[in-house]
Design a protein around this ligand. Sequence first.
Ligand code: ADP
Ligand code: ZN
Ligand code: ZN
Length: 723
Amino acid sequence: MPIARVALPVATARAFDYWIPQGIVVGKGSVVRAQLGGRTLVGVVVDVVDESEVDRTRLLPLRDVLPATLPEDVLDVAAFVASYYQEPAGMALALAVPPLGKAAPRPAPVPVKLTAEGHAALPPRLARAPAARALFDALCAQDGTASVEFIAALAPARRTLLRQWRAAGWLAPAQPTIAPAGERHVLNDAQRAAVAAIAAAGDAFATFLLFGITGSGKTDVYLAAADGALARGRQVLLLVPEINLTPQLVARLRDARPGLAVATLHSGLPDGERHAQWQAAATGAAQLVLGTRLAVFTPLPALGLVVIDEEHDASYKQQDNVRYHARDVAIWRARRRGVPVVLGSATPSLESWWHAREGRYRRLDLPSRADPRATLPRVVLTGNRAARDLDGVGEPLRAAIAARLARGEQALVFVNRRGFSPSLVCAACKWEAQCPRCAARLTTHRDPPRLRCHHCGHVERVPAACPSCGNVDLLPLGFGTQRLERALAQAFPEARIARVDRDSTRARHAFAHVRARVAARALDLLVGTQMLAKGHDFPRLTLVGVLGADNALYSADFRATERLAALLMQVAGRAGRAGLPGEVIVQTDFPEHPVFRALVAHDYPVLADALLDERRAGELPPFAHVALLAAEAHRRDEVDAFLAAAHEAGVALAAEAGAEVTVFSPVPALLSRRAGYERAQIVVQSARRAALQRFLPSWRDALTALPGRRVRWAIDVDPAGFG
Ligand code: ADP
Ligand code: ZN
Ligand code: ZN
């Protein structure tokens, strides 16, 4: 009687045995459903054996087998993730299982376009149908067309609407867009050298760091390198950090390589669609697979090249559940498959920068902008304090915006905070609006006026008077996107302004809509958070203003400066991409800080080297390997007791293992209380990765055995910060 050994997504390292009913064929890698403790779970068969240690009569049968099989190398990748990140095998494998919802994969949709009748007939009918109105607006924002990607991303109800409109003659099949002539660039020398170096790696593992300033044409290098792999009949995996970036990149790929079979994978796709895309990758039908971090687990039978765009981006690190880093997993997978991997960035992570300096990665430089008409923007630093009485927007920035508006150019003002103001204080007694569930201030919001916690989602009304002393003079302190938007609307009443942040883009396609309006020159001014920083190419955008950058300098997180540098260079990269010269105005009270000096000089290497020196002195990554034990409970004494015991166990184990690992004392988390949980942590560190990796499993076993059932804890290997 054959037995299937199944890894299930539960918090245990062991697999579970089931007997295989007649008529069901499974092997290693089969995705199956099985019952565990009254629940039906989806799992992966890791082995098929003849005997189980569990008594025959107590074994359950497999429920059924699903139409998906994970190949050997994906099983290996998941096993690596489980062991490296200290996670249960079944949880790591679950990342690789495609969404097998009930929806069967649908046939690919056909692109459609609004007809003249549609343009005339629809608007009067949409007054009381906000969902239909939003869909119509989204279409208008894209020249009236709905691309295949656009349709694929729609909710079923919206897709039904499209079908009805088509039946009414308001939509008609659209001509596929023909790639405009000249879209395929003649690569410049630096690009050609990079492509040649990658091609020379052929079918062997090698890691390249493509260090190219913003606008240097990294995408064309990826494409040319991909051409090489495709010509050998291989598949290419291209990882990008943001869902928001995928439709644009897909459109660009389609333009540049019209015949290419592209599959896209990200968590924003409906399940049926994602499964269809996954299948295309797994069967080898898709030549290029483009996706966010979860795409690193996609089966790719003919993988020949891995590309990671914006490799420094923090969103490659998953922050909950299985805390893996997709860039590092992708490199591991490329090594396992013996294929080259290209990491691209204008501001490489200090880890990658150091590997390149040490010669482990090969650095390829694109030192200038690809478009010969484009020059680097002029960066100007101006004081922050003087701007306080002007709702945060200082005089130099105001004047620069006015000049842009007068010339019919566009400007972007960036502030790293949504809402109206990050705090509300009483002018009389210094009372401050605090979240009742977090050790954090509440942010004031307008439209509707509310106090909101950005950590736990808590919402309350804005008090009419100070709850502590009754004074009615409550002051919003600091500046968020809503306040900036209001200030700019008052200063420039004629300007067409849009705000882009998580609040304003909650509706599907809202962001795409804004982008289309910028491209169509239907907007003059953009105000937004870092959502605006990445990958958008607006030819008439010639001014970028940055407010609130100094906040990051006060952060206790060891990666804060590196992040700020990346963000500033990205935002600055938005200015002046085509023929028009760009300008960047940064409001700061620390113009001598190395971050701002590097920005002015457009010199990331000098900054990266300086930051690496600091990391070396502080024994921080990449010079030390770090893991974090984060714990939380409703009661502070429970967390403290758990971490004291965890610390003691860790110190003992580290001593046994030859003292190569340092276990630091428990400290409160940067956010010491969140959503009613008291939070604290222990940092463990070692100069050698292998020593840390040997220490962690035994420590984890010790932690599992500790009392403290009400304490939630997790180990985070290579944490994004010491949050
Ligand atoms: P990056 O990703 O490095 O910021 P992109 O790949 O977006 O830069 O390229 C910036 C711009 O330069 C794009 O508009 C692209 O079409 C253009 N471009 C890329 N390579 C060339 C080239 N060899 N000649 C002219 N323009 C180019
Ligand atoms: Zn008061
Ligand atoms: Zn809160």
